[in-house]
Design a protein around this ligand. Sequence first.
Ligand code: NAP
Length: 310
Amino acid sequence: MKIVQNVIILGSGCAGNTAAVYTARAGLRPLVIEGHEPGGQLSITTEVENFPGFPEGILGPELVENMKKQAARFGAEYKWGSVLEADLSKRPFRLNIDGEWEETRTLIIATGASARWLGLPNEQRLIGRGVSSCATCDGAFYKGRKIMVVGGGDSAMEEANFLTRFGSEVCLVHRRDAFRASKIMLDRARANPKIKFLLNTTVEDVYDTSKNLVTGVKLRDVQTGRTWDQEVDGFFLAIGHIPNTKAFAGQIELDEDGYIISTGGARTSVTGVFHAGDVQDRVYRQAITAAGAGCKAAIEAERFLESEGH
Ligand code: NAP
């Protein structure tokens, strides 16, 4: 007979690990399900310079590993796996973790958001072979090469700027001529002589699967309909993220893009289920805000359990 957990935390990024530190210190022995991207966004970042407490900065993977060790020291248990299915219709909640069912009195969803892809015919086949969604992870592979970045938000501007450290040229492709990016980020990219803007342009395909390597892309001018091929070595997507909430569709309230709708504090539409981090936050999305959200979710879970007499 399986035990009923006090708290299961889904996700082991900044939000999940902070929730684990707090619930573990409260003596709740949380079970953390690491998810399909253990460590979350920090694990694919290099230097983190804006997390308070580290005047010289810290490597993302090191920061997240430290959090995990801290939580484990107070009794948090970590388990590899992802949630495939959830039954949140009654308590204890039931979760199918890679085929094995777990039961829990409270649930903290800290599953984050994953990079969005364009859905081009050859895109997925060339991931890691020139196609990337992480400039900080892969930029250094393109020293002196031709780089393309797709997107018109802050991420695209930031990545394009960052990639000029490596590439011989960086071409920024955006489907409109208006930007979501903040003025300061856009101005910085515009002032960078290595960045060339290609506006009102979409990417139709990426080549060349026969070589198992990115060699170029097919582009389309959305105003004239003209299409042409352009040589590219590194193809970086910066077109936003998709929240990892598929397993909860129809069970808790999500917005039209799949982000969890908060009902105040860290609460969701289901009593006893709490949210933390990018799975609910489409605005700030920082390591420190995710950590703060993990803390809030933990405190709410603890108070909820106490109010139920556990
Ligand atoms: P975003 O603001 O949602 O921008 C996504 C961009 O990708 C938009 O320009 C969008 O075009 C484009 N796009 C989406 N789907 C596309 C598709 N299928 N084909 C072509 N283009 C597509 O996402 P983000 O840039 O990742 O930023 C997310 C949040 O993080 C924002 O709040 C941002 O301010 C923040 N952020 C901040 C910093 C910083 O301050 N240092 C850095 C990075 C991110 P449309 O505009 O046409 O929809």
